[in-house]
Design a protein around this ligand. Sequence first.
Ligand SMILES: [Zn+2]
Length: 529
Amino acid sequence: MSYVALYRKFRPPVFEDVKGQDHIVTTLKNQIKSDRVGHAYLFCGTRGTGKTSVAKILARAVNCEHPVDGSPCGECDMCKEIAAGNSMNVIEIDAASNNGVENVREIIDEVSYSPTRGKKKVYIIDEVHMLSTGAFNALLKTLEEPPSYVVFILATTEVQKLPITILSRCQRYDFHRITIDTIEGRLKQVVDAEGIQVEERALRYIAKTADGSMRDSLSLLDQCIAFNYGEELTYDKVLNVLGAVDTEVFSKLFSAIYTQDINAALTLLADIVIQGRELSQFVNDFVWYLRNLMLVQASDQMEDVVDISSENLKALKAQAQEVDVDTILRYIRIFSELSSQMRYAAQKRILIEITLIKMCKPQMEKNDEALEDRLRILEQHDEENGKLLKGIQTGQVAVATSGMAPAPGAPTQMVKEKKVLDRAVPEDIKKIVAGWPRILAHMDNPMKTYMQKARLSLGNGDTLQIVLDNKLLADKYSDGAENEELQGILDEAVGKHVTFELKHLEAQQSFEENYVNLQAINFDIVTEE
Ligand SMILES: [Zn+2]
């Protein structure tokens, strides 16, 4: 016997077996029981939430000779015929590949023939949002007044793409994402029925990874079983097959970001890439890790909710004690955004790298949250300096005087003391002008783009004159965060405080132009006193 994918094999045969969509199932069953079946249904919802399964059950239920509590009996001729795929009464159309007017015309032509056997002809149109505008229009009239023996079931993952004229003619049912618990329960039934040994944690991980899709969860389970055929399916094996990353790696990554260690963060990412992990999955899993960290910090009774091994939980708790909840929340937000950006990105690795670098250098970001992070880091340094001071007072730490190497073990913050910068001299300004391309490399866009086109010169005294394209740009960098950022980059380039001035081309040009124009037209103007 050929192999049948689990999600096909365990497709629910009756409404009662459909998981996580009770609100829909109850309504449909009641319609069958009271013989008040509609003529057009619209099933919306994300992939794998049971739209097609429910459509198939409904198609059998409306044709069944003796429905049991609203579900198809599975025993009568019609039930058997449809289940075997031999019935002319159930027509499935995939709109993704049959989206033209002529495809819909075929359906309409066929609709006019009443069924030779059974009660209803059921048209299931999957991915209906893929139909062309012409096809929708062709379908409209039939959808409005179909013959009494016809039922349309339209299914879509993207309901917002449907014309309102279609929406208004259908009974709409929204399929929910399925909860992890519900998926896990169903997976348990499946592995029991298949006689497969699976660690409970492994099932839970698969359920979590499926992200609300029952079909995905069964496909993932299939994949894991195939890789470990005949063996017990453990948590570790599932992690391996699904390309998941160990919690320890996330813990290290978190520490690296939290302590601003860019090297460590990028090295970890490089390892992940070398291991061939799926990067979107990696980012999603990291968001889960952060979420767990947050929950563990919030309460002691989170063992059941965080779903990790006891030794990992211990490590998680230790990490949670060292961080504040605002920082975790900020990280969750950043990585959630990253995750959605990555969906359409070709260079996923670069996106992650940019995010890591930005997070390790909050001074590069200008929003309030980054500011909070900078404050946190400053406070931490203060705390460490405080400790150090205590150490010096009690004689435990050797004092690093200027000009000497810092004592071993002394925090590096002592070395990176903030100093008042000397004022840049004309020589320094000339260096900046000559080395501009190198300085540009330290800028992010859009600043980099604008500064690439800037004209530089030594202004009055020791001032750097930066001429930009227009007034708007010159104003932008004349004060506020942009000005500060530019100041920082310039200062860093020469190690001194650079005084600079922003000008714009328009001012110079317009002055010259106006001057010429004035001379030309001055005499024609009659001034009124
Ligand atoms: Zn039946």
